[in-house]
Design a protein around this ligand. Structure first.
Ligand SMILES: Cc1cc2nc3c(=O)[nH]c(=O)nc-3n(C[C@H](O)[C@H](O)[C@H](O)COP(=O)(O)OP(=O)(O)OC[C@H]3O[C@@H](n4cnc5c(N)ncnc54)[C@H](O)[C@@H]3O)c2cc1C
Length: 507
């Protein structure tokens, strides 16, 4: 029987584990903390797929390509949009109860989608519904699950991945041999001082893949969300709150977005995020204010029950006073480069979900495409595992812009995580320029990675590797495109605030 190690318990890892177990693999699934502590669990808006008669995979394809600003891979987007509806039906079979109205499945409209096609569950709790259905599904399979077992490094033998080095809660590191490894470790929002991601999102799989010699791509593209509550955990506050009439104010109470874009608070996500960033910079770093007080307590509690609880738990009464908000790192478009079946450039290594760079997002992700991407490409990876089966499975050489692994580390000062996150936020965040990137690079080079003793030090090493790689990728792309905004590219800066369709919902 073929032994498979799946690293990560979000939608991508659970999906791959279930499908591989069904195909007869001996599957072990490891997660860094508790099984359900994932980005998946916090997904709010929903999952996009062309399931309705007035929609088509071709329309979804066109919308996704447009959002990607010309850098998405049409072949990958075609797979995403064509296979998406079948994967959503699989989710329903796995037990996800998407919200239904009198005429069947309810569907929402989100930013830059030309049709309403976003399925949601539990109102704004889609991710939690998916996570719990997939956890229940995997538990019905003979999958061995090891929680609090952290990937530290891949074991690479003669260019082939043959297992992984795992760290337990007591600081013990052991080698786990496998015929193939599937990386599904999620995103890397914790690279930045402010993020909507949970603490597990430290880009471990991408960093380990790079150290193992796998190709990465598109690390310069991080999507920043404009409105996270400026409180511990920086929870996401949906664009739908602004859609209902909430406005953004500076510290003097002025609606500064009226000067920025004709659609003001409902301008495209990247425009609002940059405007918030600039306003915060202008007011010495103080958060801007989201004023939802005109909506009233009863409406806020009824329309946004989950958010209402989050805001009140953070100590704010948003029905009476504006609440502080900040932009926050939200989604990593780049990652481990894969072919259309999850194969990385290393035989024996597959990558799925937010860890993978499949090519579907290009320079910017279309809202609600990430859960779909995870399902579609994890399913294909499971089929590829079967097709490739035998020791030293897979291995592709994707034709992407890749960052080769290089050796470095002569510094003596151990990296400081909070300083690194602040540096990335200030210099490699919503706006970049050559001087800031050079300063960031020099500062990062002055740090060395800690010796891996525990989860914290293992994460710090990953964050340092990934920060360096992200800076290098941002330096290499000198023009502004999609989520990568260079203030030293004035031509693109001017065109990027041209009016577009208003945003309606958040994902
Ligand atoms: C607040 C929020 C709202 C969102 N809303 C939407 C939405 O509405 N629609 C949409 O499509 N997308 C949304 N997204 C994005 C989407 O949720 C993620 O892209 C997706 O869930 C990623 O799934 P994944 O399986 O790749 O990773 P995750 O769900 O993040 O799972 C990663 C797993 O890897 C494990 N792991 C990490 N490192 C290690 C390690 N070193 N060793 C072992 N295990 C490790 C973690 O413990 C976890 O189990 C949202 C994201 C956030 C943060």
């Amino acid at each position: 029987m073929t032994r498979l190690l799946v690293v990560g318990g979000g939608i991508a890892g659970l999906w791959a584990a279930v499908k591989a177990a069904d195909a007869g693999f001996e599957v072990e699934l490891v997660t860094k903390t508790e099984l359900a502590e994932t980005n998946t669990r916090y997904a709010q808006g929903g999952i996009a797929a062309a399931l309705f008669p007035d929609d088509s995979a071709d329309r979804h394809f066109a919308d996704t390509l447009e959002a990607g600003a010309g850098l998405a891979d049409p072949a990958a987007v075609r797979v995403l949009c064509d296979e998406g509806p079948s994967r959503v039906r699989d989710l329903i079979r796995f037990g996800v109860e998407f919200d239904r109205g009198e005429s069947g499945l309810e569907r929402g409209l989100e930013a830059a989608h030309s049709r309403p096609r976003i399925l949601h569950a539990g109102g704004d709790a889609t991710g939690a519904a998916i996570e719990s259905a997939l956890v229940a599904t995997v538990r019905r399979r003979a999958v061995h699950i090891a929680e609090r077992s952290m990937l530290v490094d891949l074991i690479v033998d003669a260019g082939t991945v043959v297992g992984a080095r795992l760290l337990d809660d007591h600081g013990a590191i052991t080698d786990h041999r496998a015929d193939a490894v599937v990386l599904a470790t999620g995103g890397s929002g914790c690279l930045y001082r402010h993020t909507t991601n949970p603490a597990v999102a430290t880009g471990d799989g991408v960093a380990a893949a790079w150290r193992g010699g796998a190709r990465l791509a598109d690390l310069e593209f991080t999507q920043f969300h404009p409105t996270a509550l400026a409180a511990p955990g920086t929870p996401l506050i949906s664009e739908a709150v602004r859609g209902e009439g909430a406005v953004l104010r500076d510290v003097h109470g002025r609606r500064f977005l009226l000067d920025v874009h004709p659609d003001a608070e409902l301008a495209p996500r990247d425009v609002v995020a940059r405007a918030v960033w600039r306003q915060m910079t202008a007011q010495g770093g103080a958060p801007v204010l989201l004023d939802a007080s005109a909506l009233g307590a009863a409406f806020l509690a009824r329309r946004f029950p989950g958010l209402d609880a989050v805001v009140r738990d953070a100590g704010f009464d948003w029905s009476r006073e504006p609440v502080p908000i900040t932009p926050a790192a939200h989604y990593a478009m780049g990652g481990v480069a894969t072919d259309l079946d999850g194969r990385t450039s290393l035989p024996g290594l597959y990558a799925v979900g937010e860890t993978a760079r499949t090519g579907v997002h290009g320079a910017n992700r279309l809202a609600s495409n990430s859960l779909l991407e995870a399902a579609v490409f994890a399913d294909r990876a499971a089929r590829a595992l079967v097709a490739d089966s035998g020791p030293g499975l897979g291995g592709a050489s994707p034709d992407t812009s890749c960052i080769p692994a290089t050796a470095r580390d002569s510094a003596t000062l151990t990296v400081d995580r909070e300083q690194l996150r602040e540096l990335m936020w200030q210099r490699v965040g919503l706006e970049r320029d050559a001087a800031g990137l050079a300063a960031a690079s020099a500062r990062l080079d002055a740090w060395r990675a800690p010796d891996v003793r525990d989860r914290r030090t293992a994460e710090d090493r990953n964050l340092l590797d990934l920060a360096r790689l992200t800076v290098a990728a941002a330096q290499a792309r000198r023009d502004s495109i999609g989520a990568h905004f260079r203030t030293d590219d004035p031509a693109q800066a001017a065109s990027s605030i041209a009016p577009r369709a208003p945003e309606l919902e958040a994902a």
